[in-house]
Design a protein around this ligand. Structure first.
Ligand SMILES: [Zn+2]
Length: 323
């Protein structure tokens, strides 16, 4: 069994040429096809960077996405998009509004996956936003209650997951960052994710962040996926204490570098986190990645954090005789 496989959560920083192209497209100065060409260029840069660093399980970098819920809501039937809404701190985004029955017009994440996978022989994750998070980050003006909305979204996202699998995705990640923010709804999140992953043979992953895992642990281990991808560095690895009390039986991808900080963690510091994790997890059960998507970092910071992460894993494997 492979030990300590390295990966990333999902998003990468958008290079300057892509930011410029997105603004030019918004102003109507370039065509959608011209924007798409710049997105493909950035996707290729992201794949080549990960290959060069020696990362095992790749991501396409989400160059075509602005916000992880709005990107899907804009493509689905039944959604309208609001004006700017304030989220955390001083960040603003356009919030989706459910105004009618939700349905899928066409595959939404397949093209980006297929292009990225065509560039490399290493596996690339198919990336989706989960039904619970899609619902929690939208206004509901149509369905009678949250449960009805979440379960409808689960059916639609399941269709997308099936299409990703048919397109060759061996790993499918369904991001559910909102799951840790409302512990009282963990049962609904589990039920919905079970609909999304129903019958899939691909390796399934869910990413959860914002850190308040103690409120949903150990019940969150019952989320019906093969792997939980969790933030840890930003919370000083407090989650390992939960693992110590109740050992997880599934794969854990653990965030070992903080994506909210400019500081590039030294190799020694990252190694300490990995070694602490190995006290409570088996080497073939533990994947190593950053806490969350890297889109808020600069390209250089992202590269340096990943390079130190890979080097830390290399040293731990050498010292422990792991392969
Ligand atoms: Zn996250």
């Amino acid at each position: 069994m492979a030990a300590l496989l390295t990966t990333s959560v999902g998003s990468f920083p958008k290079p300057d040429y892509l930011l410029k192209a997105r603004s030019a497209f918004a102003r109507g100065e370039i065509s959608r096809e011209q924007l798409a060409a710049e997105e493909r260029r950035a996707t290729e840069a992201c794949i080549r960077l990960q290959e060069r660093l020696g990362i095992d399980l790749l991501v396409h970098g989400e160059m075509e996405r602005g916000d992880m819920t709005t990107y899907f809501a804009e493509q689905l039937e039944g959604f309208a998009i609001s004006g700017l809404v304030r989220s955390y701190g001083n960040r603003y985004y356009r919030k989706p509004i459910v105004v009618g029955p939700i349905g899928r017009r066409r595959p939404m994440a397949v093209e980006a996956f297929t292009f990225a996978q065509s560039l490399t022989s290493r596996p690339v994750k198919g990336m989706l936003t989960g039904p619970y998070t899609m619902a929690d980050w939208s206004f509901n003006d149509h369905y009678p209650n949250r449960r009805a909305l979440v379960l409808r979204l689960a059916e639609v996202i399941h269709e997308e997951a099936v299409d990703l699998e048919r397109a060759g995705a061996r790993y499918i990640q369904i991001d559910e960052p909102a799951v840790s923010t409302r512990p009282e709804e963990i049962e609904l999140a589990i039920e919905a994710l079970g609909i999304v992953t129903r019958g899939l043979s691909a390796h399934t992953i869910t990413h959860i962040c914002y850190g308040h895992f103690e409120t949903i642990y150990p019940r969150m281990l019952d989320l019906p996926v093969d792997q939980l991808d969790l933030e840890a560095a930003n919370n000083d690895f407090a989650i390992l204490e939960l693992f110590r009390r109740h050992r997880p039986h599934k794969e854990i991808a653990l965030g070992v570098v903080d994506v909210h900080s400019h500081r590039v963690e030294p190799v020694e510091e990252i190694k300490k986190g990995i070694l602490a994790a190995l006290e409570v997890l088996e080497p073939d059960q533990l994947y190593v990645d950053p806490d969350c998507g890297l889109k808020t970092r600069t390209w250089e910071e992202a590269e340096q954090k990943l390079a130190n992460m890979v080097e830390a894993v290399r040293q731990v494997k050498a010292e422990r005789g792991l392969e």
